[in-house]
Design a protein around this ligand. Structure first.
Ligand SMILES: *Cc1c(COP(=O)(O)O)cnc(C)c1O
Length: 231
């Protein structure tokens, strides 16, 4: 049942890569499986998907236990400091770091477990009041501060664009995140490499790829609409 939807997403990613002169291998598809049952995750796993995104710590940990070990789990949702400890060792990448205090909690836990945690800085490029994430101006000083943490590695930037009828309206936001990553790269900060750009969701991932996304987070396009009643 999910094969057709997954194939369509794959096709549209390939087309967007072709249009923008990029190689398909430059873009990682994250299957955003939040609220969906393990049986559906298993179905797309069997179709070859190994990268999943979840936005709640408990739900990710439950699915981590239930699913095969070769999956890469991405934490894409807002993270509370006191929950960071449950994720370390299970998640491949935390997309949503937007404060030094959260980074400190991750650092402390990673030090305990003697590992280095890969993170993205979440940027609220669209300046929406209701959302998490840093303003564009806050990013560089915070990157410089977190770069000093020995058990954290900053790998890139993430943004959530607003829902819009016409995805073209978000092009500027994606271009803005890319520009910010270029500005940070030009600073040559030790221990920082912002080559990952996590941007684009079901409604706008093709535009995001055209603007340089290296990770797209697609939920509805693969799994269908979410029902929050049972969560
Ligand atoms: C839910 C979610 C997505 C996926 O959204 P869709 O519109 O269903 O593709 C992507 N990114 C984040 C941060 C999310 O919370």
């Amino acid at each position: 049942m999910l094969e057709k939807q997954l194939n369509e997403v794959e096709e549209r990613i390939s087309d967007a890569c072709r249009r923008s002169g990029r190689d398909r291998s430059e873009v990682t598809l994250i299957a955003v499986s939040k609220t969906k049952p393990v049986s559906m995750l298993q179905e797309v796993y069997d179709l070859g998907i190994r990268t999943f995104g979840e936005n709640k710590v408990q739900e990710m940990c439950d699915k981590y236990e239930a699913m095969p070990q070769d999956i890469k789990w991405h934490m894409i949702g807002h993270l509370q400091r006191n929950k960071a400890k449950y994720l370390i060792g299970k998640t491949t990448l935390i997309h949503s770091v937007d404060s030094v205090r959260l980074a400190e909690a991750i650092e402390k836990e990673a030090a305990k477990k003697n590992c280095v945690v890969d993170i993205l800085m979440e940027v609220n490029v669209a300046q929406e009041e209701s959302k998490f994430g840093l303003s564009t101006e806050e990013v560089l000083p915070m990157v410089e501060e977190i770069a000093e943490f020995p058990h954290i590695h900053i790998c890139g930037l993430m943004t959530i664009a607003p829902y819009v009828e016409n995805p073209e309206e978000n092009r500027e936001i994606f271009a803005g995140l890319r520009k910010l990553s270029v500005d940070i790269t030009n600073k040559n900060i030790d221990n920082v490499n912002v080559s990952i750009l996590s941007m684009g969701m079901t409604n706008d991932y093709e535009v995001a790829i055209e603007e340089g996304a290296t990770m797209v987070r697609v939920g509805t396009g693969i799994f269908g609409v979410r029902d929050y009643k049972n969560v």
